[in-house]
Design a protein around this ligand. Structure first.
Ligand SMILES: CC(=O)CC(=O)SCCNC(=O)CCNC(=O)[C@H](O)C(C)(C)COP(=O)(O)OP(=O)(O)OC[C@H]1O[C@@H](n2cnc3c(N)ncnc32)[C@H](O)[C@@H]1OP(=O)(O)O
Ligand SMILES: NC(=O)C1=CN([C@@H]2O[C@H](COP(=O)(O)OP(=O)(O)OC[C@H]3O[C@@H](n4cnc5c(N)ncnc54)[C@H](OP(=O)(O)O)[C@@H]3O)[C@@H](O)[C@H]2O)C=CC1
Length: 284
């Protein structure tokens, strides 16, 4: 199947990055969010990223304009009525994602593939609310999307082989590297990464060391580009908590219990870099 038109749902940090790389690769992209201001924020990030590429001589001004010309605003999910692929990157919440997938199933053309950028939620459970479970698949990009090479591609129980192949080919067109995984809580990336981050939060919670010391140990001792607490802030503490909950519920194993400090920060609205405060404070 050939993909030309894409809708990305959610213009947050992931959705805007996904829309950017799709438009850069020549696809026509509708970027959908619920409110004008969220779309404007996402488009602002994309424009800034492209301008940096122009400044660094990696792209001409006219190439930048052509990419922006392939991006269209959408504030109505019904705009999915003529696309070949939807990539959903709304908030990490099963009820919200299921509601979006139910609507998409009635709106999107019969041939359209419905992909989700979920970091941990079961693809099979999302597929089950549609009448096209064989056309539902996980397409898990990494943050920041324009920089990170990996896309974890997750097969739901019913995902058809040709749908998998189409998404793998499309991932390569985005100049990303696809890695195939099966549908288990947290897939591979977050089953391994998130317990490490949660353990770093416990280490802080138990007073073993300061946040700076914990980050330094992992940066200088393990050559991680960011310490785990900085990375948690970067991902979003709400997203980290949702992922830990999914692992905890999905495996029923206490080793995945979210640290109470993580819960407390999320309840306080300290969501990390995107809200201006998490383990660290950020200037807007
Ligand atoms: C939660 C999930 O479900 C899955 C996930 O995504 S988990 C998170 C996975 N991501 C990570 O682990 C990221 C870890 N951090 C890193 O790799 C690096 O710190 C980083 C790439 C983010 C920044 O790299 P750095 O060398 O420290 O900083 P910096 O020199 O400013 O940036 C390097 C390049 O990335 C670009 N960049 C950095 N942040 C960016 C962003 N948010 N958007 C676009 N480009 C960005 C910079 O412009 C720069 O590009 P050039 O060298 O081409 O000019
Ligand atoms: N952060 C990360 O590092 C990664 C996240 N992911 C996954 O990507 C998804 C998005 O995460 P991220 O971009 O970080 O989150 P953000 O909070 O930055 O963005 C989510 C966006 O989706 C919008 N949104 C919420 N509900 C709807 C809806 N019903 N219809 C349309 N838009 C909606 C939000 O609006 P509002 O602001 O009003 O809520 C917001 O603009 C999540 O599933 C997450 O798990 C995957 C890989 C990495």
């Amino acid at each position: 199947m050939s993909i030309q038109k894409i809708m990305v749902i959610g213009a947050g940090q992931m959705g805007s990055g996904i829309a950017q790389v799709c438009a850069q690769a020549g696809f026509d992209v509708k970027l959908n969010d619920m409110k004008e201001e969220f779309f404007a924020r996402g488009l602002g990030t994309i424009t800034k990223n492209l301008s940096r590429n122009v400044d660094k001589g990696r792209m001409t001004e006219s190439e930048k304009e052509a990419i922006l010309g392939r991006l269209t605003k959408s504030l109505d999910i019904n705009d999915a009525n003529d696309v070949d692929l939807v990539i959903e990157a709304a908030v990490e919440n099963m009820e919200i994602k299921q509601s979006i997938f139910k609507q998409l199933d009635t709106i999107a053309p019969a041939h359209a593939i419905l992909a989700t950028n979920t970091s941990s939620l079961p693809i099979t459970e999302l597929a089950a609310v549609t009448n096209r479970p064989e056309q539902v698949i996980g397409m898990h990009f990494m943050n920041p999307v324009p920089v990170m090479k990996l896309v974890e591609i997750i097969r739901g129980l019913a995902t058809a082989d040709d749908v998998y192949q189409t998404i793998e080919d499309m991932t390569k067109k985005l100049e990303k590297v696809p890695v195939e995984v099966n549908d288990f809580p947290g897939f591979v990336a977050n089953r391994i990464l998130m317990p490490m981050i949660n353990e770093a939060i416990y280490t802080l919670y138990e007073g073993v060391a300061t946040k700076e010391a914990i980050d330094d140990v992992m940066k200088l001792g393990m050559n991680h580009p960011m310490g785990p607490l900085t990375l948690a802030d970067f991902i979003g503490l709400d997203t980290c908590l949702y992922i830990m909950e999914t692992l905890y519920e999905g495996f029923g194993d206490s080793k995945y219990r979210p640290c109470p400090l993580l819960r407390k920060y999320v309840k306080a609205g300290w969501l990390g870099k995107k809200s201006g405060r998490g383990f660290y404070i950020y200037e807007s």
